[in-house]
Design a protein around this ligand. Sequence first.
Ligand SMILES: Nc1ncnc2c1ncn2[C@@H]1O[C@H](COP(=O)(O)OP(=O)(O)OP(=O)(O)O)[C@@H](O)[C@H]1O
Length: 674
Amino acid sequence: MMSPDPNFLHSTLGLSQIPRWNIFFPCNSTKSQTHHFSSLTHSGRSEIFRVSGPETRSQVGFPFAKRVGSSTSILPSGSWWALPELREDGAEPTAAMLALRRMWELVADERLVAFVAAGSLVIAALSEITMPSILAASIFSAQSGETVAFSRNALFLLVLCLTSGICSGLRSGCFGILNVTLVKRLRENLYTAILFQDISYFDKERVGDLTSRLAADCQRLSHVIGNDLQLILRNSCQGTGAIINLMALSWPLALSALVICSILSAIFLVYGQYQRKAAKLIQDFTACANDVAQETLSSIRIVRAYGTGKKEFGRYKQLLQSLAFINVRESVASGFWNLIFNTLYRSTQIFAVVLVGMSVLRCHVTVEQLTKYVLYCEWLIYATWRVTNSLTSLLQSIGASEQIFQLMNLLPSDQFLAKGVKLERLVGHIQFANVSFHYPARSMMPVLECLKFSIEANQVIAIVGLSGSGKSTLLNLLLRLYEPSSGQIYIDGFPLNELDIRWLREHIGYVAQEPHLFHMDIKSNIKYGCPTNIKQADIERAAKKANAHDFISSLPNGYETLVDDNALSGGQKQRIAIARAILRDPVIMILDEATSALDSESEHYIKEVLYALKDESKTRTIIIIAHRLSTIKAADKIFVMDDGRIIEMGDHEELMRNDGLYAKLTKIQADILT
Ligand SMILES: Nc1ncnc2c1ncn2[C@@H]1O[C@H](COP(=O)(O)OP(=O)(O)OP(=O)(O)O)[C@@H](O)[C@H]1O
């Protein structure tokens, strides 16, 4: 099996697939004395660099012995252990304190629960750590026939047992509540912060990355309170109790136990770091593998049609190899850790028995003290291990929280902050005054240049032009999805950016070029964004005007049919989207005709919709981007766009007489259709 090919990973995944880390993956190197690493960076750039070292075969490891290569490479710090590099996300202690404070602010409402959690944690820990001492005392008091002391100890044990049981239950329940509250509030705040960003923000960010912040990263943070913090506090209490008890028994013995714990902690820190790095890589590569599988399976028709099944399997297999590469190393490291931990732990017991046994023989300590020493040593070692483990995990989880808090710090778009003007009545007069625009993501590429026109209320305006000439962009500005780079747009004489955008959008009906249906029934899709008191009769009326009623009624569940983006044809989706826009009874109707709607049915259908919209008492300004020019002959005015400018303007007859681009496009389409 080959090691993962970095160039493959780079070209097929881009870096967006591995969102958060700079990953350096060891390449296959059979002869050279150096490691080649390929870095997959955020910019998608692939860098190769070398690290000197012994000969390696950084292959995945099956069969294991064959893959290990030279025997020295598997020794600690040997080249076999090299994992892909990634940006450390463990938080600094100061950043950790800040993050913990923010988390506390999110759960501060539940402070009573927090105090009960902390209180029960301390009481349970103290009860548990007192037990070994009383247990030993009970046994030895029974052995020496001290009935009163035995009964007192047994009763005390019962009380400790009850308190630790009740308090442990309270502790887990309360920490659980805090945990759920934290994750819920994190997700609420994060989702709101994302939802109210400018549209240009979504041009830069991948939806997959944002949803991963919401799902995986928030879930990961839940470990902080539910697990890490709880375990750190609990084991610190128990560890301190164990040390105090050991000190009370004999301070030289207590110091020797502490030395063993320090050695174990140091080894664990090294192993823990390796293990967490491996865990993060496993998480990332699993996510990549899932992405590839999701992409392939959701495009299965294209994959089948182009016969790329094997290639897609290859993509997936490469990622599985990367996963196996890391998993094998992680498993071997875990084996080493278990070996060291168990050996040291058992040798501590032997050491204690030998050392303290000698003291017993010399009558310096009693057998009861020896028993207590062994028991508390055990507690101390486990407590040290758990504190070290949870502390590393806490810092890692908090490291992951940085991006969440950064996102939560984003201010909502100005559109939602500003309190704009609500006009008494919207008439539908639109004016573009020297409007120029470039997308924020492509600041060097002007898309619209010095647009200057006005549209009277109740007019039907058609916008035509070659693909990429800026038609949809013009509508995006009118919907205020983006702000013009220069110039001003006026609605009924008011600058667009001074109007209350929510109010304005209530009066605009918009049908996008690629209409999107939500995963809900047709009825809910049609009334999406309308007030809740819409009647079924209103929905059906809108559907009839959009020519959607007949096909909806023919479905087995009619308006109750559950749909999504895949369950209907393009034309049917377009009709539902039009019904949705009509139901709003908009003053300004914006229709971005689907590029694919170049069939003969579409001609009648667009005409019918325009007719239905005009055939009403209400004044309505209609702007339609038309790809099929014969559909818009009757428009009051036609704008012809080319390369971000309006190069011709007039009605059908005028433009045909002009014999410009419009006339040329009309003739070409007529020739194609005859
Ligand atoms: N979100 C975006 N970020 C950057 N550039 C964009 C974005 N959307 C569109 N563009 C670019 O802006 C230009 C105009 O695109 P627009 O979608 O407005 O053209 P169009 O005339 O509507 O095309 P079509 O008829 O094919 O729908 C194109 O060059 C396109 O690549």
